[in-house]
Design a binder for this molecule. Structure first.
Ligand SMILES: Cc1cc2nc3c(=O)[nH]c(=O)nc-3n(C[C@H](O)[C@H](O)[C@H](O)COP(=O)(O)OP(=O)(O)OC[C@H]3O[C@@H](n4cnc5c(N)ncnc54)[C@H](O)[C@@H]3O)c2cc1C
Length: 643
């Protein structure tokens, strides 16, 4: 419950879009909403241009109801007969995320330029998680990722994924060198902060200057852990324990070899490691509870301690752990200990990769010719689905069925049915790549073997929220001397000033008096449950959350954190975009809860098996949540069509 009234929070102020859609599942009678989204042009963006739309984005209203109705078994009760489009394609791709776009790219490479390809996507924009948020706040256009942030993976990009990037003109090391990150915040002396909220820590207090890195006394932020902790409301014992974890080099598992320590650490949560092995006061836990959520969607109660070692959380520096991942962990951040990929961040995140792929497939839709100019290029959405184009991309078109015409092993064609507005349409496809979320596939292909469907249902995706708040200036951050704050007890577990490289004529906010976008993150979950149950509980929370609830909590949180710097939510907030990803990261197995399956028997391996003329892509098929996995799985799924 907020201490501030609606006027103080600015809930009576106009912002670019305030919808009160609560995102609840609806029946087929209200399915046509994708075409009736209200205009959202007050901030200068075109109402017809999806990246500028604000309000509830990500899985927006109109994108998910059809598949939810399929899941609930109500869809076909109300559905009419599909209209025959008489369209037929060499390939239909379900889902136009990075994996679907990459599948179209690889298929065309294999089958030639004359191949007829259709991509069907349930959202009003392409890219899937690789979503672009574009704000027009009075100054130059401001860009930020609505989902996928950067080219960055625990493992090096494969030859196929790297080859695709190179073909698009993306050379990550060269781009990283040329467009070194904007250091304005550091030049202004802004530091990371920590906000202690009274519900969790007993009082509201902002402590600026969190020492920069665990394991080192050189703080970068100008204070030692001891000095920093003395400015917090934490008890003296908790302060001593945090300082010990962060600064001391203690072997908490003496006498064991590194491999044995790693094995044990992979089977206990970081919470248990802190409480039972490092023996800290329980009051330490809230300080670290959400530190793993951005990476895995669950807190330290459900994350193996070994993952947290790889994430460089404190307490391991005296254990003498050898570099390299443990056997369980080839798909987790522990892989970073083995190397990892190159790293580059476009101003709109990996949405630029999606835009470059669309340019490759449908050049007339994405003007320009370089990896730089795609950043500011205006996509012509009207050209994505033209009758005379060999490759077509159809938005707002959830697929509801893909069924072989005839017996699966002998069928020459698959009938694909999709919904647009209130109507169902069918088309013919010689081949289909399912690049959508794996757990959706059993509802679209009910004829699949039961074992395969069961395996796909196992892969519970991780829910996440990336909220973007357009503000008229960031003088409050400058006044407080901070670039962002962790707030683990609050609705969003952190807030940061966003920035990206200046490339292709794109210009970031250059002074605190200019507008900027704030990034806020939440991964809804329910500590104490097994990881997959936490993700399900988080998804249910997200489905029931209204935009009104989000707006209120965002305004309240920013007020409490920033009011000491002069922030006024009623005056300063210009626009809010809530990127809601109930089906976010692909599920990564967690040794605390998942068994060790024999080779070939893990759910993602069973789930991705070819089914007649239908093959399965998406990062889910790799049981991991990275862009390179989405591309690798597209490559495999396309190759399977040609054997
Ligand atoms: C918030 C967030 C941040 C991330 N950050 C990073 C990062 O920094 N680096 C990184 O490497 N990876 C990151 N990832 C993971 C990465 O985004 C994914 O691994 C990758 O982009 C997934 O691509 P995809 O095509 O497999 O799936 P998606 O992007 O999910 O695309 C699948 C598409 O299929 C559509 N679809 C579903 N059902 C249907 C249907 N019935 N009909 C038609 N279409 C349908 C979906 O709506 C979606 O658009 C992030 C993910 C999230 C959610």
């Amino acid at each position: 419950m907020s201490e501030f009234n609606d006027r103080e929070l600015g809930l009576d102020q106009p912002i670019s879009r305030r919808d009160f859609l609560n995102g609840m599942a609806v029946g087929i009678g209200t399915l046509g909403t994708a075409h009736s989204l209200p205009a959202q042009s007050e901030n200068g963006g075109s109402p017809n241009y999806p990246p500028t739309r604000t309000g509830m984005r990500g899985s927006h209203q109109g994108s998910f109801e059809a598949v939810h109705a399929l899941k609930d078994g109500t869809f076909w009760k109300h559905a009419g007969k599909p209209v025959d489009t008489h369209e037929s394609y060499d390939l239909v791709v379900v889902g136009a995320g990075i994996s679907g776009l990459a599948a179209a790219y690889f298929f065309r490479k294999h089958a030639g330029e004359s191949a007829r390809i259709l991509l069907l996507e349930n959202h009003d924009d392409f890219g899937g998680h690789a979503k672009r948020n574009e704000f027009h706040l009075g100054g130059p256009m401001q860009l930020v990722n609505g989902g996928t942030v950067s080219i960055d993976s625990p493992t090096p990009y494969s030859a196929e994924a790297d080859g695709l990037l190179k073909d698009l003109g993306i050379d990550p090391p060269a781009l990283a060198k040329k467009y070194a990150h904007n250091s304005l915040f550091a030049e202004l002396g802004l530091k990371p902060a920590f906000f202690f909220d009274k519900q969790t820590f007993g009082e509201d207090r902002l402590a600026v200057g969190v020492p920069a890195r665990a394991r080192t006394r050189s703080t970068g932020a100008g204070s030692t852990w001891k000095e920093f902790l003395a400015r917090t409301p934490l008890s003296e014992q908790v302060q001593r324990d945090i300082a010990r974890l962060e600064e001391d080099s203690i072997d908490y598992m003496p006498g064991l070899p590194s491999a044995e320590k790693k094995d044990r650490l992979s089977r206990m949560s970081y919470r248990d490691f802190l409480l039972n092995v490092a023996k800290v006061d329980p009051g330490v836990i809230p300080f670290y509870q959400t530190r793993t959520q951005g990476e895995w969607g669950v807190g330290i109660d459900a994350e193996p301690a070994l993952d947290c070692w790889a994430l460089r959380l404190p307490g391991f520096q005296g254990l003498g752990l050898e570099r390299g991942s443990a056997p369980h962990m080839s798909f987790t951040a522990a892989g970073y200990a083995d190397g990892g990929s190159y790293n580059f961040h476009f101003p709109d995140g990996n949405a630029s990769i999606a835009r470059l792929l669309v340019r490759k497939l449908i050049p007339e839709a994405v003007p320009g010719s370089t990896v730089e100019d795609v950043v500011t290029s205006a996509v012509d959405y009207g050209r994505l689905d033209q009758a005379d184009s060999r490759v077509r991309l159809r938005l707002n078109s959830p697929v509801v069925r893909a069924r072989h015409r005839g017996e699966v092993s002998r069928a020459k064609e698959v009938e694909v049915v999709y919904l647009q507005g209130e109507k169902l349409y069918n088309i013919g496809a010689r081949s289909v790549v399912m690049a959508c979320w794996n757990m959706v596939v059993p509802f679209l292909c009910p004829d699949m073997p039961a074992k395969q469907k069961e395996a796909m249902h196992y892969l519970v995706k991780v829910p996440l929220i990336y909220t973007r708040v357009g503000v008229r200036n960031w003088t409050s951050f400058q006044n407080l001397g901070m670039s962002g704050a962790s707030s683990p007890g609050m609705y969003h577990f952190g807030v940061n000033l966003s920035s990206g490289p200046e490339m292709g004529g794109y210009q970031t906010s250059r002074s605190p008096e200019e507008p900027i976008i704030l990034g806020m993150t939440r991964t809804p979950c329910q500590p104490g449950l097994p990881a997959r149950e936490q993700h399900k509980a988080g998804r249910a929370e997200l489905l029931a959350a209204s935009f009104e609830m989000f707006e209120r909590s965002i305004r309240d949180q920013l007020m409490r954190i920033l009011q000491g710097g002069g922030f006024d939510p009623a005056r300063d907030i210009e626009a809010i975009t809530v990127n809601r990803w109930p089906h976010g990261y692909g599920y990564e197995y967690n040794p605390l809860f998942d068994p060790d399956w024999p080779p070939g028997e893990a759910p993602h391996e069973i789930g991705r098996k070819r089914f007649g003329r239908i093959t399965i892509a998406n990062s889910d098929s790799a049981a991991t949540a990275y862009t390179d996995a989405a591309i690798n799985q597209a490559y495999r799924a396309v190759n399977e069509l040609f054997v």
